[in-house]
Design a binder for this molecule. Structure first.
Ligand SMILES: CC(C)(COP(=O)(O)OP(=O)(O)OC[C@H]1O[C@@H](n2cnc3c(N)ncnc32)[C@H](O)[C@@H]1OP(=O)(O)O)[C@@H](O)C(=O)NCCC(=O)NCCS
Length: 198
């Protein structure tokens, strides 16, 4: 039986046009760990959901939300695998929003996403606990900036938990404005980080 074509939303008709050099560009970009980085497939979502639940617990996105984000912009939803095992992922959308501005409704990103928008916003970036501090997140950030350039975004945006700001700074982001209360996490500071793409 064939795959439902409506599930094959990879976000942009242009993504797989031209040379298929994406994996070559993004494998081992930063890490000492051998990584395979590429767009998530529908089959990856179950693994992503399990990893999201491990990382974020009850606050993590559910399977339906992850699937709808993948359908929204599959080209901006990347996985990192090591030896076949999912070790990290990054989700994004393209929008024109000027943060700080946010709505917590589940369809917020889908309502804002627009191919051709000038900013690529990182919705979430997560790495499996046992694989941290080996450059997986940095590699995913390098890969997503490649996606942003390919979609002619002029800026990357992310909202960082305060203690992770050095991760984004190392990837070329700069702090823009504090976003207190961005998520309902007591004693956590949040900062809007932006990276201009040349
Ligand atoms: C944040 C997270 C994605 C980092 O992933 P990672 O693969 O360990 O990050 P990297 O190995 O690429 O880190 C690169 C650099 O970023 C900084 N960094 C990464 N994690 C950090 C942390 N927890 N505290 C302080 N600095 C950190 C360090 O400067 C690090 O370099 P170093 O290891 O040489 O010191 C991972 O810890 C995670 O999934 N956390 C839970 C989810 C989360 O908070 N996601 C971010 C959304 S705001």
């Amino acid at each position: 039986m064939g795959v439902d074509a409506s599930l094959l939303n990879i976000g942009s008709p242009a993504f797989f046009d031209g040379p298929r050099d994406f994996l070559a560009d993004t494998t081992d970009l930063v890490s000492g760990l051998e990584l395979e980085i590429g767009p998530a497939s529908y089959e990856d979502i179950e693994d992503i959901y399990l990893l999201e639940s491990e990382i974020e617990g009850a606050d993590g996105a559910d399977f339906v939300s992850l699937t709808s984000r993948w359908r929204m912009f599959g080209a901006g939803f990347l996985t990192a695998r090591h030896g076949g095992r999912l070790v990290g992922y990054i989700e994004s959308c393209l929008w024109d929003r000027q943060l700080p501005y946010f709505e917590t409704r589940p369809d917020f990103f889908a309502s804002q996403h627009r191919l051709g928008a000038e900013k690529l916003y990182i919705i979430f970036l997560g790495v499996a606990v046992g694989c941290r501090r080996q450059g997986v997140a940095s590699s995913l950030l390098a890969a997503i900036s490649w996606v942003g350039r390919r979609h002619r975004a002029c800026r990357l945006q992310a909202v960082s938990r305060g203690h992770i700001i050095p991760l984004y700074e190392a990837a070329g982001f700069l702090p823009v404005v504090a976003m207190p209360g961005f998520l309902p996490e007591p004693a956590t500071d949040f900062m809007l980080m932006e990276h201009t793409l040349l």
